[in-house]
Design a protein around this ligand. Structure first.
Ligand code: BES
Ligand code: MN
Ligand code: ZN
Length: 476
């Protein structure tokens, strides 16, 4: 799929179909006459989510005009624009249209581009005989003068699609090695980026015994991916993003039940979102220094795997009793957070599909956010509101710490059923001292089981847009 921007007018451009906004009130289309009758019959009123296809519209060069309803002009917001840009472009694609042009709906180029690109995304690269593949849009032209805003939306949505794809790819494709090398490949085209792929030897030298304990059971080598983007001034303290990268979570010796286990290919959704965000941030040339860290490993049972009650030592010297090998996310993040702090960051944010309990608490709507810093929480909350990838603050309270007490070591890696997401967050807090640290538990939102407005069934890539927005907020 090729994206173009054009400063032609939408009526003069020649494509197989154009998408134009229509309101319930206040319209001023050049071809208003063509639809007077349809409007007066009441078949189409411009209500949000309505669509109307017109053919042979005089004064319009393209073959088809798809009007998309945005509702009342006063009530239009970014999300409605994303939704209609998606539903409009999908409708044309489903007709087999190859070449689409769209105007900046309600003048909002960024949200329009996001809606189109996120809405048309499909994971079909592993299918060789899929008829849907024939219905693929080849070219989209974004029409209007706001080139900068178009590109912003294109880059952020493309970053989110990269995250979706990486999370969706099954574990025999998306091994730790593949994920790391692919991230390096994606960032190669941008200025000011540097990627290092560390191996297990490097991790051993740094005494990352907690991270390494998770990879004992698999023959696929673990990797520790370090991505740097220096868009800010030299010496500006960086924002560090840390993503959980379990390429498959069987649970290890504490084996998961088989039903639905395949979704655990998406247990690197945190890492995927960090990679997607790095892409978006670098592509948009934000004036900020950002480091992305993702420990990548596969959690497998075997004769060499960690056993329940084994004790491991993290890189800050703390000992951990691994009572449940299925609580592996916090083990790989522990060493990653210790490492993150070495960069003297102004902010550290980790993202992880960490606990099933998070899914139970907030469902697939809100991301749980834990932070010691009220300021950082407010910044994250705002980024969520700006992008409609919403966060809900969860308690990071020392009172949960006692659930992690254990006879054999400094702390246990599990704290019982009660407050499972809160004890996981407190566990992570043992490995980072920085006040401006936040832990985002994305377990509930990492995938969906139904098609949504601009989200196909499957891995969501959330919250790349929110992270990009947050980084923009720090950009000078
Ligand atoms: N990756 C899972 C968490 C998860 C579960 C994410 C469902 C998305 C959907 C994590 O590694 C895990 O297994 N967590 C355990 C922790 C428990 C053993 C304390 C869980 O939530 O059951
Ligand atoms: Mn697990
Ligand atoms: Zn996991």
């Amino acid at each position: 799929m090729e994206f173009k921007t054009s400063s032609d007018t939408i009526s003069s451009i020649s494509t197989d179909g154009i998408i134009v906004a229509y309101y319930e009130d206040s319209n001023s289309l050049s071809f208003d006459d063509a639809i007077k009758e349809i409007i007066s019959l009441g078949d189409f009123t411009g209500k949000f989510k309505q669509k109307l296809m017109l053919y042979n519209v005089s004064g319009v060069t393209s073959k088809r005009v798809l009007l998309v309803g945005l509702g009342k002009k006063e009530e239009v917001d970014h999300e409605k624009i994303r939704v209609m840009a998606s539903l409009g472009s999908r409708a044309l694609r489903d007709l087999g249209v190859k070449n689409i042009a769209i105007e900046a709906l309600n003048g909002d180029a960024m949200s329009t581009a996001e809606g189109v690109i996120l809405g048309l995304y499909r994971f079909d690269e592993l299918k060789t005989m899929d008829l849907d593949k024939l219905k693929t849009v080849d070219q989209i032209t974004f029409v209007g003068n706001d080139e900068k805003a178009w590109n912003k939306g294109i880059n952020v949505a493309t970053g989110e699609n990269h995250a979706r794809r990486l999370a969706e790819l099954p574990s025999n494709y998306a091994t730790p090695t593949y994920v790391a090398e692919h991230a390096a490949e994606l960032l190669k085209e941008f200025d000011n980026t540097k990627v290092e792929i560390h191996d297990e030897k490097w991790a051993r030298k740094r005494k990352m015994g907690s991270f390494l304990s998770v990879t004992e059971g698999t023959d696929r080598p673990a990797k520790f991916l370090e991505m740097r983007y220096n868009g800010g001034e030299e010496g500006d303290k960086p924002l560090v993003l840390v993503g959980k990268g379990i390429t498959f979570d069987t649970g290890g010796i504490s084996l998961k039940p088989s039903a639905g286990m395949g979704n655990m290919r998406g247990d690197m959704g945190g890492a995927a979102a960090v990679i997607g965000a790095m892409y978006a941030i670098a592509a948009n040339k934000l004036k900020v220094n950002v480091i992305g860290l993702t420990p990548l490993a596969e959690n497998m049972p075997s004769s060499k795997a960690t056993n329940p009650s084994d004790v491991v030592t993290a890189s800050n010297g703390k000992t951990i009793q691994v009572d449940n090998t299925d609580a592996e996310g916090r083990l790989i993040l522990a060493d990653a957070l210790v490492y993150a702090e070495e960069f003297k960051p102004h902010t550290v944010i980790d993202l992880a599909t960490l606990t099933g309990a998070m899914m139970v608490a907030l469902g697939n709507v809100y991301i749980g956010a834990f932070s010691r810093s009220d300021d950082l929480w407010k910044e994250i909350d705002n980024a969520g509101i700006n992008t409609n990838q919403k966060f809900w603050r969860m308690p990071l309270d020392k009172s949960y710490r006692k659930q992690l007490k254990t006879p054999l070591a400094d702390l246990n890696n599990v704290g019982g059923r009660a407050g499972g997401s809160c004890t996981a967050a407190i566990f992570l807090g043992e490995f980072i001292e920085l006040e401006r640290w936040a832990h985002l538990d994305i377990a509930g939102v990492a995938w969906t089981t139904s098609v949504e407005d601009y989200q196909p069934k499957g891995m969501t890539g959330k919250p790349v847009r929110a992270l990009a927005n947050l980084a923009e907020n720090y950009s000078k």
